[in-house]
Design a binder for this molecule. Structure first.
Ligand code: NAD
Length: 327
């Protein structure tokens, strides 16, 4: 298949591109490099530097490159920033997203895998979170992802757009070629690895008085390769009908303290921490259930163990101490 990966110069998109190419697909990466890196685009993929708001370039790309399906990863995804600047998130995640949907319909490309988020659920009482949980986002980031998902279902009804939306929490880990290089970095594992590498003084833990086994928040971490495989499986299943799947790490999740301990073990470094107050809107536990995608599509994560995830991220960091900046 000829697949367009929006956001393919970003963290997850680069690994999705790598896995698609490994499977023999042809890939065109479409990215404006606002957050991603040219060096993260796998050499065998074609690259189009462009903004999703550019309907003409999108349409030309879909038609001239004879694209058959789209994996849509391009978005802004900083929860805190979305709360102080919601317009930025509506503009990029919804308005630009609709530009993509329109360009697809005009170009008769009707298969779409969407990288959504489990932030669409907000803070449900039931954990792990299943797809039947009520969606009630608590920040503009989750709200904008949900808005585009809803638009997709209307585009399906009106135009036959077949989509799969994947909702998950924290991507983590690396391949040999691709790793996580965000600025600013907001994810716990790369932050702890920055401390291990000596480029950050300590990890701040936001609250240690939660009702969890060690008092710190429990979260889901999924290896980025397992995530990429889920996107490709969902793409293959699109002939039948549109669908929504959650992706989770399968167990009880990992506490912030467990992650830091694992980073200590893997790197052999001390990893100083400081305990700060709880952050507003941080629930004690957030984990998603993968039961549906396992049952319907046979998704089987292969790199679920936290140690394996951290080892892969540390290996990449040691080989790319400045991220993509030194390439
Ligand atoms: N990283 C996670 O833990 C996580 C968890 C759940 C969902 N997601 C979703 O997965 C997707 C990828 O996340 P990531 O961590 O790889 O993010 P990322 O920031 O590394 O990658 C996003 C890419 O999209 C590009 N982009 C953004 N706006 C664009 C636009 N208007 N036009 C063209 N390109 C644009 C950026 O340059 C970047 O390369 C996002 O949609 C995010 O919401 C990520």
């Amino acid at each position: 298949m000829r697949v367009l990966v929006t956001g393919g110069a970003g963290y997850i998109g680069s690994v999705v591109t790598e896995e698609l190419l490994n499977d023999g697909h042809q890939v065109v990466v479409y990215d404006d490099l606002s957050k991603g890196h040219r060096a993260a685009v796998i050499a065998d993929a074609e690259f189009v530097e462009g903004d999703l708001h550019n309907a003409k370039l999108l349409g030309d790309t879909l038609q001239h490159k004879e694209i058959e399906a789209v994996i849509h990863m391009a978005a802004y995804s900083l929860v805190g920033e979305s709360c102080v600047n919601p317009a930025k998130y509506y503009n990029n995640n919804v308005v630009a997203g609709l530009t993509l949907l329109d360009a697809m319909i005009e170009s008769d490309v009707k298969r779409l895998v969407f990288s959504s988020t489990a932030a669409t659920y907000g803070e449900p009482d039931q954990q792990p979170i299943s797809e039947s949980a009520v969606t009630n986002p608590t920040n503009p980031y989750g709200e904008t992802k949900l808005a585009l998902e809803r638009a997709m279902s209307w585009y399906d009804a009106a135009h036959g757009l077949r989509y799969a939306s994947l909702r998950y929490f924290n991507a983590a880990g690396a391949t040999e070629k691709c790793g996580e290089d965000h600025d600013p970095e907001s994810h716990l594992i790369p932050i702890a690895l920055q401390v291990a590498a000596g480029t950050r003084p300590h990890v701040e833990i936001f609250g240690d008085d939660y009702p969890t086994s060690d008092g710190t928040c429990v979260r889901d971490y999924i290896h980025v390769v397992d995530l990429a495989r889920a996107h490709i499986l969902a793409l293959d299943a699109l002939n039948a009908s549109s669908r929504i799947y959650n992706l989770g790490c399968g167990g009880d999740g990992y506490s912030v303290q467990q992650v830091i301990d694992t980073v200590r073990e893997v790197t052999g470094k001390e990893i100083p921490t400081s305990i700060g107050p709880r952050r507003a809107g941080d629930p004690s536990t957030l984990i998603a259930s993968s039961a549906k995608i396992k049952e319907e599509l046979g998704w089987q994560p292969k790199h679920q163990d936290l140690r394996v995830i951290v080892e892969s991220a540390w290996r990449w960091k040691c080989e790319h101490p400045n991220g993509y900046g030194n390439q």
